[in-house]
Write a protein that binds this ligand. Structure first.
Ligand code: FAD
Length: 473
């Protein structure tokens, strides 16, 4: 039995009142707040850290749609807007199938006659710059921002959620809201509201990752080496193999052989397993994001697990760099530049929604009358990889953002309702942006029509989403 104390009751000041309150400023929360504000309701966005962007800015995840290719059918909407805004503000590198001449790698491939046909396929975000890009988008949408503020509880009147309790350097304060959107990634508000959710055991949760970046890399040595290695050994990841067959290797800078050496214990004790590939490289000998220090069996709603994984992750990063410097041509003078300010997390609580998306839905182009957007058939997780190269897509139903047993609270992002394999699709940032934009618009429409989120007229929501540039059908 856990030792407990009883806290004295207290009077809590109300710091703000708003129409729509969005909690969590990741891809889902940003999309939700911008979408709501564009529908003309007062909107506030609260974030526990010092910048918006969620995994993008905190964990160096700069690839909103790295899988996009010529035939991929995308949803438009906010995910695409993030990419366009980043490009417009000089905060991204454009990635092409053919003519990837913005990078030294592109030049190299071109000289070798190795480029494939195709159009520009997407933007690789400068994740530091995205902090400012997000600020700009929040300001342009006339959203009231609040940083360094964590939501720790909810205020309910019967089944209706009417506000939240926050903790910050200013103390414990309340925010009252007509509608609230839980975009915390971990469904924190659902948990506090006592609404139903599920969470798999630690051993089944997707791993957590501490990303890092390096500079001082000699790309003239690295790129030819990596090309040779990729040809010799396409890699241990199924998606790398598939990617190599389907597209070209472009950004999938696979460095598995030296990493295998490291894993054999040359530089790193055998229990520390490192596997991955470099991506997001820049001309000036800089690699933005090494997505390779993965840790299994961690529950990212357990503060002890989070602490242990951050400390363990940093230890592995230092050892990985030591190994790469010794074994990888081009890395001899590499320097650690940045470690994500927070561990990157992929999975924890999933709400029980009015509808729970299934593996069958995401693999069979499911169609729903209450669609709030479409998602390309991209599945990455739990040992399964499907890349959206054929134009197949599924519709995202409103039911998966609508929780049970609580009113006027919607959910957006990676904690929406669905089974294990559907999570491998809905956790993608493009889908998080769809559920965010859908939640923001639905919250605004429900306020204007004076109905609960459950009673909202879905056709009005769909019309507003179309006007915002979202593809529904
Ligand atoms: C290493 C890694 C690589 C990935 N690579 C890709 C990729 O290439 N492409 C892709 O599409 N997806 C990728 N993903 C998945 C994707 O990044 C996430 O699924 C996505 O960011 C989830 O968006 P979200 O807005 O739901 O949550 P998050 O991005 O986690 O944002 C949640 C936000 O809420 C804030 N918050 C949480 N609790 C509170 C609280 N109580 N009060 C106030 N604020 C709170 C957090 O600080 C955070 O800013 C990757 C994930 C990881 C970890």
């Amino acid at each position: 039995m856990v030792k407990q104390i009883e806290e004295p009751s207290r009077i809590t000041p109300v710091m703000a009142e708003t129409d729509v309150l969005v909690v969590g400023g990741g891809p889902a929360g940003l999309s939700a707040s911008i979408a709501a504000a564009r529908e003309g309701v007062d909107t506030m966005l609260v974030e526990r850290y010092g910048c918006f962007g969620g995994n993008i800015t905190q964990s160096l995840v700069g690839t909103i749609a790295w899988y996009r290719r010529a035939k991929t059918v995308g949803p438009g909407g906010m995910g695409l807007e993030f990419e366009h805004k980043a490009k417009e503000m000089g905060g991204s590198i454009t990635r092409y199938n053919k003519d990837i001449t913005t990078t030294e790698m592109g030049n190299y491939l071109e000289r070798k006659g190795l480029l494939v046909e195709g159009e520009p396929t997407g933007e690789i975000l400068n994740t530091e710059m995205f902090k400012f890009i997000a600020d700009t988008m929040v300001k342009e949408a006339n959203i009231k921002p609040l940083l360094h503020c964590t939501v720790v509880d909810v205020i309910k009147e019967g089944k209706k959620l009417i506000g939240v309790i926050t903790e910050s350097k200013s103390g414990r304060q309340a925010i009252m809201a007509k509608r609230t959107i839980d975009a915390t990634g971990d469904a924190d508000l659902i948990h506090h509201a006592g609404a139903p959710y599920r969470k798999d055991p630690r051993s089944e949760l997707q791993r957590v990752t501490l990303n890092f970046s390096c500079n001082g890399i000699d790309t003239k040595k690295l790129f030819p080496y990596y090309l040779k290695k990729v040809r010799e050994k396409p890699g241990v990841f199924a998606f790398l193999r598939q990617a190599r067959e389907l597209f070209f290797i472009d950004e999938l800078a696979c460095l598995l052989e030296p990493i295998d050496d490291i894993n054999k214990g040359i530089e790193i004790p055998e229990e520390i397993k490192i596997e991955s590939f470099w991506k997001n490289y820049a001309e000036a000998g800089e690699i933005y994001s090494f997505n390779g220090i993965h840790m299994e069996g961690r529950d990212c709603t357990d503060v002890w697990d989070l602490t242990q994984a951050e400390i363990e992750g940093r230890k592995r990063i230092i050892k990985a760099i030591k190994g790469l410097k010794r074994h990888t041509p081009g890395f001899e003078n590499a320097r650690l530049k940045h470690i994500g300010s927070s561990l990157g997390t992929r999975e924890s609580r999933k709400i029980i929604g009015e509808y729970n998306l299934t593996e069958h839905d995401v693999k069979n182009q499911a169609r729903f009358e209450d669609s709030i957007g479409i998602c390309p058939e991209f599945i990455d997780g739990f040992g399964q990889v499907i890349l959206p190269t054929t134009g197949r897509y599924f519709q995202v139903p409103y039911g998966i953002i609508l929780p049970k047993k609580v009113e006027n609270l919607l959910v957006a992002g990676r904690c929406v309702a669905g089974d294990k394999i559907s999570h491998a699709a809905t956790r993608q940032m493009v889908c998080c942006a769809i559920t965010g934009q859908g939640a923001g618009v639905a919250a605004a429409v429900s306020i204007k029509d004076k109905v609960t989120c459950r009673e909202v007229d879905i056709q009005k929501v769909q019309k507003a989403l179309r006007n915002q540039g979202v593809r529904i059908e």
